[in-house]
Design a protein around this ligand. Structure first.
Ligand code: CMP
Length: 299
């Protein structure tokens, strides 16, 4: 299971109304420079999990800058405002006058203070004349924030289109969109393994999965019907149980929206309030019963 986003702009540092008004400026760059920046971002431990669209937008907004040998690019302890990608030259990273490392072309630096909203963790000095690409904090955070807002409205819209969720009130759909985590799987990946512990609920937003259960001889018996977009599984999260009663594997590329047990209980637990929602709850209970029957038959 891969996380949707391993890092995000520090929420406390963001003023959403201010950031949605920011106009992002793109800077022309050669194909070589564009590719170098993308490779650098994708190679950086803190940035590599960003979505491809975010990487492209960050690349697009990076402006060229050059500094002479001996210049201080970053001073330890300062408030940081810029993230850099090195195109040409060499810099030295020092902390309390102790050399940590040197950084050459195709590397990101200056990301920590922006990502974690802290002061500069080290000083960076140019060992040669250097050519850099730079993006300012506000642009960087705007890109993070806008992607988040777009994602949020896409999730809400998708949940509204799923029959089992369509009757949930708008504020609940919005809260679900806040808490869910998008996960991606490739063909044959186990999303859930029978017998493992787990407390997450999955809604398929793309692709197909197959469900299988072991018979008493330990053979995997695939269920005939596969599940696809809009279907859900892993609903033990509804109950106190945490042992998976079947295995679920990806058929081709699959994207799931995953909701943890607590959020599920708080936000979806009240599905039985109205007759139409009762139907959904009945479906959940029927599935749970099948799983419970199966599980008791194999134990
Ligand atoms: P930031 O703290 O914003 O500014 C100084 C930068 O130096 C920091 O981000 C990192 O990009 C880089 N840096 C800090 N510590 C190390 C380290 N131990 N190795 C490599 N780079 C570092």
């Amino acid at each position: 299971r891969t996380k949707r986003q391993a890092i995000s702009a520090e929420p406390s540092a963001l003023d959403p109304s201010q950031l949605t008004d920011v106009t992002l400026t793109s800077y022309c760059k050669s194909k070589e420079s564009s590719e170098l920046i993308q490779r650098a971002l994708m190679d950086n431990d803190f940035m590599k999990h960003l979505e491809h669209g975010q990487i492209l937008t960050i690349m697009d907004c990076m402006r060229p800058t050059s500094l002479e040998k001996g210049c201080c690019v970053i001073q330890e302890g300062d408030d940081g405002s810029t993230v850099y990608v090195m195109e040409e030259g060499m810099v030295e990273v020092t902390k309390q006058d102790k050399k940590l490392c040197t950084i050459g072309p195709e590397k990101v630096f200056g990301e920590l203070a922006i990502l974690y909203n802290c002061t500069r963790t080290a000083s960076v000095t140019a060992l040669t004349d250097i050519k850099l690409w730079a993006i300012d904090r506000q642009d960087f955070q705007t890109i993070m924030m806008r992607t988040g807002l777009i994602k949020h409205s896409q999730y809400t819209e998708f949940l509204r289109s799923v029959p089992s969720f369509s009757s949930l009130p708008e504020d609940i759909l919005s809260k679900l969109a806040d808490v869910l985590e998008e996960t991606h799987y490739s063909d044959g990946d186990y999303i859930i393994r029978q017998g493992a512990t787990g407390d997450t609920f999955f809604i398929i937003s793309k692709g197909q999965v197959k469900v299988s259960q072991q018979n008493s001889d330990g053979e995997e018996m695939p269920n005939e019907k596969s599940l696809s977009k809009g279907d859900w599984f892993g609903e033990q999260a509804l109950k106190g149980e945490d042992v998976r009663t079947a295995s679920v594997t990806a058929v081709g590329d699959v994207t799931c929206l995953v909701i943890d047990r607590e959020s599920f209980k708080q936000l979806i637990g009240g599905l039985d309030d109205t007759p139409s929602q009762q139907k959904d709850m009945d479906e959940v209970n029927a599935k749970l019963q099948v799983e419970a029957d199966f599980f008791s038959s194999v134990t």
